[in-house]
Design a protein around this ligand. Structure first.
Ligand code: MD3
Ligand code: FE
Length: 206
């Protein structure tokens, strides 16, 4: 793996390591994901209002984030198969330990699949029991235009997240408003059919 160089984002608590995963590490992680989705497929959740997300999702780890007519929550099983989520691959547990230094390992990893026009509106992540624990994100595939701004509202900035980039949301950035405006199609050849996968490691449970 290439040495991890952190860049200054100018946004307190938003830490970014461009190219933290080299192309071999990206390909290896993609193989782990293919194994996981064989039993825990991507599906399309709906919002509490009943609108389908444009992003398809699955999860890894003891807990997974789900959304349906009853709301948002973390649960131990896949809502379609009823099975436990597959384990979080060791390489992701190592990244979490090395980059966040958080004393406990993540207990949830949401996996988002973006194809074509998929996007994610501005939101906050606040369904986790301990909102002081960081979130760590790994991007694979086409570059995304990521938008981030203060928790209280106000001006947002846009940041490109490319394949192999890893970012952490810590401290004051943990409750930042953020979303994905769009992809840059054809910017990566990692995924055979194009698109992007984002993995977010979290501490969800108490
Ligand atoms: C800032 N995912 O899964 S990753 C999400 O690319 C989510 O799929 C986006 O937002 C994606 O909730 C963005 C970067 C990211 C992840 C979690 C955050 C930024 C964050 C949590 C708090 C603040
Ligand atoms: Fe989010």
């Amino acid at each position: 793996m290439t040495p991890q160089r952190e860049i200054d984002t100018g946004l307190e608590g938003f830490r970014l390591w461009p190219g933290a995963l080299d192309s071999d590490a990206q390909a290896a992680l993609l193989r782990d994901l293919r194994t996981a989705v064989a039993t825990s497929p991507f599906y399309r959740p709906v919002t509490p209002g009943g609108r389908p997300f444009s992003v398809r999702m699955t999860n890894l780890g003891p807990l997974g984030w789900v959304s349906d007519r009853d709301g948002y929550r973390y649960q131990p099983t896949h809502p379609v198969t009823g099975e436990a989520w597959p384990p979080i691959p060791p390489v992701l547990l190592d990244l979490w330990r090395d980059l966040t230094g958080w004393p406990d390992p993540p207990d949830a990893c949401l996996v988002n699949l973006y194809r074509d026009q998929a996007r994610m509106g501005l939101h906050q992540d606040r369904d986790e029991a301990d909102l002081n624990a960081p979130v760590l994100s790994v991007s694979l595939g086409d570059t995304a235009i990521f938008r981030i701004g203060p928790a209280a509202g106000g001006p947002t900035r846009s940041v490109r997240l490319a394949s192999g980039d890893v970012c952490a949301l810590t401290g004051p950035a943990r409750l930042a408003r953020h979303g994905i405006d769009r992809l840059l199609p054809g910017s990566s050849t990692l995924l055979e059919r194009g698109g992007r996968i984002n993995l977010t490691l979290r501490r969800a449970g108490p």
